[in-house]
Structures are given as structure tokens and as C-alpha cells.
Design a protein around this ligand. Structure first.
Ligand code: CUA
Length: 312
């Protein structure tokens, strides 16, 4: 999320385009006002006596100090509200999802037409290109804010209420997202990705995920990892569909092996980073809710990582 243009000025969908339009409109207007104020200042300092008297006159103060600013602000409010309405109006043909903020990760649910969860995941959203997605925003602890600058606006996740935000990508690709509300020490490390697929690819992706999990034969190493996963206590917090691990307080790991990142968008997903994360996630993301497992030996960490890699 760096470089030029900044993501917020580089929209890849209609809703982020709206934000960019508003941003450029505000920048243009502010520039005009800035030039006007500079001109008035120049007149006040160096203008002729006649001009300066006019500038300080009651009419100028009334118009430029009250009526015009109030009018401009009202127009901006109306414009902003109109644009915002288009970004949140739900029409019914959208893909439905729910994302809930957690200290410092994102629970992701794909919903069916009735609003029931059909697929659970974490820290990664997969969406079809060209179709609006309505995301229900909730929080399970403190206030977070969901923001994918290239695909939509920004929406707070507030405990006890459900907000909605619409996203849409007009081009396939991987888009960065970030928590945009200070939620604790590792707030800056609370990222995620949105993967936009061509519609047919997305449907294939979804179908493959909705199939009952088939237990593909595991390597000896991964099998040992699976055993450790339960012995060490990972299953108390994490769920792996089709196994006895059904914990719900941590990220769902059913598909962790296919995720692009680890630790909510902050590390590439490799054997080395998996080992580092499982062994001591606290040194990577301080005060996240997963304890460090410093007592695990290298071969045990390796086995756990192998098991994680097998989950896809
Ligand atoms: Cu979550 Cu900042």
C-alpha cells in the first residue's frame, strides 16, 4: 500500500471511484479557497487604502465570512450524502459477506441468500470481478475499521451494531486492506487482502471450498503436526473443518495453507514464517491473543508448519 498514486487516488471499482471523486472535488475547492484567502491577505497587507477599506467593510465580512462559507458547506454536505447513499444502498443482487474485527485479525464469512454462513475463513476475502459485494461489519471486541482503499470506502466496526459497506473490483487482482481505526498496540499490523477473481474462476473457487473437506493423505511430518495440533492445545482456539479442532476464538485454519499471508496480512505464507509465527508470534505481533510456544522444539514446529501447509 505505498507508492504513487496512493491507493485512495487509484480506484479499481465504482465505490472507491466515488471516494476519489469526492477527494479530488474537495482538493480543487480547497485550492480555490486557499488562493482567495491569499489574495485577500495580500490586499490587506499591500492594497490601496480604498481596497483595504472595502475588504474590511460589513458587506464583505457578511458575504465571505458567513453566507458563502455556509452555502459551500451545505452544498458539500448534500454532495457527500448523495455520493455516500450510492455506496451503501443494498439492491439485493450483491454477494453477501460478513467480516468481524478481532484484536488483530479478521473473521470472514460468506453468506447465502438467506444471510446464513456457508463458508468461514479469515484474513482474506475472495470476490468476483464486476459484482458488488455487501459486507456486514461487526466487531467482537473493540472498534476497528475496515478499509480497502482501491475497492471501496472505509467503515467502522462497532461492537453491538452491524454496519454495511459495499465493495467492488473492476479488475482481477490482489488488493491490500488495513484496519483504519486505532485498536491497540498492534493496530498497524492488522491487515488483510482481497482477491478479485474473474466470475467463472470465483465460482470454481467457491465450489471447491464448499465441497465437504476430503481428508487427503498427509505426509508423515504433517500427520505428526496434526497430532501435536491437538496435544499442544491449538484446537482450543482454532477450527479445522472435518477434524476435531472446532475452536472459534482464533482464526479458522481450514484453508490456512492456501492463504497468501500470515498473521493478518503481515507476513508471506512460507514454511519459515509459519514456524516463526507458531513458535513466537508475540515477537512478531506483540499482544496478539496467541501465546508464544517457545517450548516447542524445531522438529515439532516443523511438523506443525507442515500440517498448516496441508490445509488448503
Ligand atoms: Cu483493528 Cu486497528
Amino acid at each position: 500500500m505505498s507508492g504513487w498514486p496512493p491507493p485512495v487516488l487509484d480506484p479499481h471499482g465504482p465505490f472507491s471511484n466515488t471516494v476519489t471523486t469526492l477527494a479530488w472535488g474537495l482538493i480543487a475547492l480547497m485550492t480555490l479557497i486557499f488562493i482567495g484567502v491569499c489574495a485577500a491577505m495580500w490586499v490587506a497587507l499591500y492594497g490601496s487604502d480604498g481596497l483595504r477599506a472595502k475588504l474590511g467593510g460589513e458587506r464583505v465580512v457578511k458575504w465571505f465570512g458567513l453566507i458563502i462559507p455556509a452555502g459551500v458547506l451545505l452544498l458539500l454536505l448534500a454532495w457527500g450524502l448523495t455520493l455516500a447513499a450510492g455506496m451503501t444502498t443494498v439492491k439485493g443482487d450483491e454477494l453477501r459477506m460478513r467480516v468481524s474485527g478481532n484484536i488483530y485479525w479478521w473473521r470472514v464469512s460468506y453468506l447465502d441468500a438467506a444471510g446464513k454462513e456457508m463458508l468461514a475463513d479469515a484474513n482474506e476475502l475472495h470476490i468476483p470481478v464486476g459484482r458488488p459485494v455487501v459486507v456486514d461489519m461487526v466487531s467482537e471486541d473493540v472498534i476497528h475499521s475496515f478499509w480497502v482503499p482501491k475497492l471501496g470506502g472505509k467503515m467502522d466496526m462497532i461492537p453491538g451494531r452491524t454496519n454495511q459497506l459495499k465493495l467492488q473490483a473492476d479488475k482481477a487482482g490482489v488488493y491490500g486492506g488495513q484496519c483504519a481505526e486505532f485498536c491497540g498496540g498492534a493496530h498497524a499490523l492488522m491487515g488483510f487482502v482481497v482477491v478479485a477473481h474473474e466470475p467463472a474462476d470465483w465460482q470454481r473457487w467457491l465450489d471447491s471450498r464448499l465441497k465437504p473437506v476430503t481428508n487427503t493423505p498427509l505426509s508423515v511430518e504433517a500427520l505428526r503436526g496434526k497430532q501435536l495440533f491437538n496435544e499442544v492445545g491449538c484446537a482450543a482456539c482454532h477450527r479445522v473443518a472435518g477434524t476435531q479442532a472446532q475452536g472459534l476464538s482464533g482464526p479458522d485454519l481450514t484453508f490456512v495453507g492456501s492463504r497468501r499471508s500470515l498473521g493478518a496480512g503481515i507476513l508471506p505464507n512460507t514454511r519459515a514464517t509459519l514456524i516463526g509465527w507458531i513458535g513466537d508470534s508475540q515477537s512478531i505481533k506483540p499482544n496478539n491473543r496467541m501465546p508464544a510456544y517457545r517450548s516447542l522444539k524445531a522438529d515439532e514446529l516443523n511438523a506443525l508448519a507442515a500440517y498448516m501447509e496441508s490445509l488448503k
